[in-house]
Design a protein around this ligand. Structure first.
Ligand SMILES: Nc1ncnc2c1ncn2[C@@H]1O[C@H](COP(=O)(O)OP(=O)(O)O)[C@@H](O)[C@H]1O
Ligand SMILES: [Mg+2]
Length: 134
């Protein structure tokens, strides 16, 4: 079976300074389908850098990332459609109402207006938030 994630010789050098910072140095790992995989390390270990490269927010300096067998460098769109990222900082626009926020997100995912509105009603109901006002 294809691995969910397969990382080979992944490397990142940040080039802000003249010499560059070697943030990730040829790391290799596999995440199997259905596996829960954690990354632990002290500040500066490279966790965020790795996560940004896995989600296409940052380009690797070297190495290969396969998501469900597809090379992220060549064919990122199918992988992006399967990625769900929950960052530690809230990425909600506080100037939007809850309803507008769901509409905005639905549009980013290219849902039709009918589907956006159906999902924007269904999700708050599922989590018991509908009554608190949208
Ligand atoms: N945007 C950046 N520019 C230059 N260096 C960076 C940048 N982001 C992170 N680094 C450096 O890369 C290394 C790994 O950082 P990071 O991935 O943020 O680690 P962690 O998330 O594990 O704390 C650190 O040395 C950090 O200073
Ligand atoms: Mg971090």
């Amino acid at each position: 079976m294809t691995h969910a994630i397969e990382v080979t010789n992944l490397t990142k050098v940040y080039c802000r300074s003249h010499s560059g910072t070697l943030a990730i140095d040829h790391i290799n790992f596999i995440v199997r389908q259905g596996e829960i995989f954690g990354v632990l390390g002290p500040n500066g270990a490279g966790k965020s850098t790795t996560q940004r490269m896995l989600t296409t927010l940052l380009q690797p300096t070297e190495g290969q990332i396969l998501i469900n067998g597809r090379d992220l460098a060549r064919d990122a769109y199918p992988a992006k459609r399967q990625i769900g990222l929950v960052p530690k900082e809230s990425n909600i626009y506080t100037e939007l109402t809850a309803w507008d926020s769901l509409m905005f997100t639905g549009r980013l995912y290219r849902l039709s207006k009918t589907d956006r509105e159906a999902r924007a009603q269904e999700l708050p109901e599922t989590f018991g938030l509908w009554e608190s006002g949208m």
